[in-house]
Write a protein that binds this ligand. Structure first.
Ligand code: AMP
Ligand code: ZN
Length: 114
């Protein structure tokens, strides 16, 4: 996708502070962190929303959680706890239409979320 912010970050056209990278997944610090640790984990391949994911995407989407857990360990928040959030669509406050998992940690979170 030429007009997608996170595709441009994946392509290195827009800078980001990488937390993890491999052939299919990239994790980078959120530019406007909502918690002391706030990392976005994205598939390198463009998928707009979870509504657009197919059954064949399941292994790739599963890897987002695995990478989030890895980054949580590396940032020292695995034991204290962390939140994994995927916003889907307007009502859920999805602003960037390239699937991303928010890894947030380093403070207590309320439930239910706002
Ligand atoms: P969402 O509302 O779920 O679509 O989340 C989009 C997230 O992307 C927000 O937390 C933004 O702060 C973050 N964001 C927007 N632009 C950038 C950027 N250039 N680098 C890193 N994070 C970004
Ligand atoms: Zn994209």
């Amino acid at each position: 996708m030429t007009d997608c912010l996170f595709c441009k970050i994946v392509a290195g056209e827009i800078p980001a502070k990488a937390a993890y990278e491999d052939a299919e997944v990239l994790a980078f610090d959120d530019i406007n962190p909502a918690a002391p640790v706030h990392v976005l984990v994205v598939p390198k391949r463009h998928i707009a929303t979870l509504n657009d994911a197919s059954p064949a995407d399941a292994p790739l989407l599963g890897r987002l959680f695995e990478v989030a857990a890895r980054v949580a360990r590396e940032r020292g928040v695995a034991a204290s706890g962390w939140r994994a959030t995927v916003n889907v669509g307007r009502d859920a406050h999805q602003l960037v239409f390239h699937v991303h998992l928010h890894l947030m940690a380093g403070r207590p979170f309320a439930w239910p979320p706002g």
